[in-house]
Each structure stands twice: as structure tokens, then as C-alpha cells.
Write a protein that binds this ligand. Structure first.
Ligand SMILES: Cc1cc2nc3c(=O)[nH]c(=O)nc-3n(C[C@H](O)[C@H](O)[C@H](O)COP(=O)(O)O)c2cc1C
Length: 388
């Protein structure tokens, strides 16, 4: 399974082509849209998300609600494009129009791709960089993740995501999985504890008032992953490594960990390795899940626990020093419309990015022309955990 996204933030549409999804999988645009809608929400988001109402149109690979095994193409229309037709359209624009609209960007924003992207691709209008480097692209990645999750659900693999920290306020108690499952999406910051949710909203409001932004930590948990997905044999087939790459490739993500993650550095080995147990109904299992479901780059049958760190959003209302690329004069980087905190939304992005990495690894592991074939092989793998 692989995919390619295309589209600029204020262009006509985002497009994604996904290849390798097995045939005969039931897919409805409405299920993908539910995930798209979640990405748009969350306390602290700016005006763009009120303009766009993201929904996908499926234009290939699905017939009468079922996949054909051919590439699936999804389109997300940018409603805002109508205001940007001249500036962002494919047709040439006259110098006069360009001048009248005064939309050429020569002031790179710190923390964005603007300056280095301009140098690298030889652009003098930094809009050519920011249109593609924008996190708008994550809408397309969520659409891919939603398709992946539909597939994985058929295999009894389920996803849960939440926010664990915003601007230093933490909801990181060691909740059991049942508590997490029954408290998903209960509030607009996506945390379990409602008191902490309010403290986080206050923190976001304070940051906004101060013209500042804040980041945080998010978590994705996957239940039902069969053992042995990934491999210890080659570095580029280790599933934890692939998930890490996927998460850090999301705009503004600066770190990833599994299970207890960085806390493992402080603890003795006896408190970090998960002891191996066996019962006749379920086979091998672990007495704990400190390692977050991975040993040797392979799933070990315990829930996979992925944590991701998001930096504060770089566009601030409180301006930062930068340099105009035409005049070389210093100026204070001013704001385009922006979120003050996108951590809740980003938790949805991480969940979907992880879903794609898992689906991809699973489809490499098994023969998978059609969903029935895949299901029976997954069943066999689950039995292996009992019979081995
Ligand atoms: C869901 C989401 C929403 C974001 N919204 C904004 C935003 O409104 N303004 C902004 O400056 N950056 C936003 N970002 C972050 C930037 O896209 C990102 O920091 C930038 O592309 C530079 O990439 P880097 O931080 O990975 O180096 C958002 C990121 C995510 C995941």
C-alpha cells in the first residue's frame, strides 16, 4: 500500500491516490468524512477551519461501496479557492494584477519552511513554499488514514487517540485501556480528565491573549494488532521505526516515543521489560506494557502505544524577528490567519498517519489481493500466538 498527495493550501483541491488496498473492502465516503471532521475540530483552532468543511469525494477504485483493488483516488475541494482563483490558479497572471493584489510574500516566518524552501527551489515569492508546506496537507493524510482504519477495523484492529499534554498541563496518569476507550472524544481538547481539560483551555486562552502559541503531547493506542508485524531482520522493515518516521514527518512534530518512552531512561530494566505469560485461550501475553507493544521492531500482540510531541505553532501574533528577502532588512514577522494551538487536531492526524503505517506493514506481511484472503491469514497468525 502506498499513496501520493498533491495540492496547495489555497489551490482548487487536495488529491490523494492510494494504491494497494485489497478488493472487496466496504468503504463509504461518510466514514472517511467522520475522520476529516475530527481533524478540523479542537479548542484553539483559527479561522481557516471555519471556512473549510472538509469532505472527500471518491473518484476511483470504489464501485457501489466496495473497493475494486485498483487505485483509490480521493479529492478534497478547498472551498477557499474561490477567493484565490487569480493568485493560485494555473493560468498566468499579469504583473499588474500581481502588483494590485500585493500578495507576493518576501518575509519568511521563523519556524516555517518559507526561507529555506525559497532558497532551495529558487522562489522569490515565498507563497510558492508555504502553500505546499502548510499543514493543510495533513487533511489528505487523514483521508488515507481513514481508509487504512476502515481496512484494519475489518481485521478487528482498533484505534484510540488522545491528548496528554498542552503547554505543560498534563493528563498523563497511567489510565487503563478501558478508561481511555470509554473517554475518547469527550471534550474539545481530547483529554480524559475534565478538570484538566479546563486548565488546558485556560492555558490556550492565555497564550492567545499573549499573542503566543503552545504545543503538547498526543498519544495513539492500537488494540488487536497480531504478533510479528514488522521485522527484526532489516532496519527499514522495523515497524516502530516506520511509525516514528511517519509521526515526525507530520508538520510541527518533533519527537516520538513508544510506551513509557523517555521515562525508560530513568528506570531499571526490571521495571521496563514486559514479562512473558501464557494462557490456553489467548496464548502468549505480557504482564505489563511498558514497551508499548514492540520488541525487535515487531508487534508483540500487546496494544501499540505511540506518543508524539508537537512544537508550538510557529505563526505568532506576537511578531518575531526575520529578514525580508528583497531588502535584506530586518522586520517583525507578522501573522497570517493561524491556530494558537492545534494539538487536539494533531492527535487525529497522528492516529491516521500511524494507521497508514500499520496497514502498509500488514499488507506487506500477508497476501492480500482481497479482504477475505487477508482475514483468513490474520486468523492464522492469531492462532500462531496460541499454538507456537
Ligand atoms: C493540524 C495542524 C495544524 C497546524 N496549523 C498551523 C497554523 O495554523 N499556523 C502555523 O503557523 N502552523 C501550523 N501548523 C504547523 C506548521 O505547519 C509547521 O510547523 C510548519 O509546516 C513547519 O514544519 P516543522 O514545524 O515540522 O518544521 C499546524 C500543524 C498541524 C499538524
Amino acid at each position: 500500500m502506498r499513496y501520493l498527495t498533491s495540492g496547495e493550501s489555497h489551490g482548487p483541491q487536495l488529491t490523494v491516490i492510494i494504491e494497494g488496498v485489497p478488493a472487496n473492502l466496504e468503504i463509504h465516503a461518510a466514514d472517511i468524512n467522520e475522520e476529516m471532521f475530527k481533524r478540523q475540530g479542537g479548542y484553539g483552532r483559527g479561522r481557516r477551519m471555519q471556512i473549510e468543511k472538509d469532505s472527500v469525494e471518491i473518484v476511483s477504485g470504489v464501485r457501489n461501496g466496495y473497493t475494486l483493488g485498483s487505485p483509490i483516488t480521493l479529492i478534497v475541494t478547498n472551498d477557499d479557492f474561490k477567493h484565490w482563483r487569480k493568485i493560485m490558479g494555473a493560468d498566468p497572471i499579469s504583473d499588474e494584477d500581481q502588483e494590485n493584489m500585493k500578495r507576493v510574500i518576501t518575509k519568511p516566518r521563523p519556524g516555517h519552511a518559507d526561507l529555506i524552501g525559497g532558497m532551495k527551489y529558487n522562489h522569490r515569492d515565498l507563497r510558492n513554499v508555504l502553500e505546499r508546506s502548510s499543514a493543510r496537507e495533513t487533511a489528505a493524510r487523514v483521508a488515507v488514514g481513514a481508509v487504512s482504519k476502515i481496512l484494519l477495523k475489518q481485521l478487528d484492529i482498533h484505534f484510540y487517540s488522545r491528548v496528554m499534554e498542552i503547554g505543560g498541563i498534563k493528563d498523563d496518569l497511567a489510565y487503563d485501556l478501558e478508561t481511555i476507550k470509554s473517554n475518547i472524544d469527550k471534550n474539545d481538547v481530547r483529554v480524559i480528565n475534565d478538570d484538566i481539560a479546563q486548565q488546558m483551555r485556560d492555558k490556550i486562552d492565555d497564550a492567545k491573549k499573549a499573542g503566543d502559541t503552545i504545543g503538547g503531547v498526543v498519544q495513539t493506542i492500537i488494540e488487536g494488532v497480531p504478533i510479528g508485524i514488522g521485522s527484526y531482520v532489516h532496519y527499514d522493515r522495523k515497524l516502530d521505526g516506520r511509525i516514528a518516521q511517519g509521526v515526525v514527518s507530520i508538520n510541527a512534530f518533533k519527537g516520538v516515543s513508544f510506551g513509557e518512552g523517555f521515562k525508560a531512561a530513568e528506570k531499571p530494566g526490571s521495571e521496563i521489560q514486559d514479562e512473558i505469560l501464557y494462557d490456553t485461550n489467548n496464548g502468549y501475553y505480557r504482564g505489563s506494557n511498558h514497551l508499548g507493544g514492540f520488541e525487535g521492531g515487531m508487534s508483540n500482540g500487546m496494544p501499540i502505544v505511540v506518543n508524539g510531541v508537537m512544537k508550538p505553532i510557529p505563526t505568532l501574533y506576537k511578531p518575531l524577528n526575520s529578514v525580508d528577502i528583497n531588502t535584506k532588512e530586518s522586520f517583525k514577522a507578522s501573522v497570517e490567519r493561524s491556530d494558537s494551538c492545534a494539538v487536539p487536531a494533531a492527535s487525529v492526524v497522528v492516529e491516521n498517519v500511524v494507521a497508514f503505517e500499520l496497514a502498509k506493514a500488514l499488507l506487506e506481511e500477508f497476501q492480500c489481493n482481497h479482504i477475505e484472503q487477508l482475514k483468513s491469514q490474520i486468523e492464522e497468525r492469531r492462532l500462531l500466538n496460541i499454538e507456537y
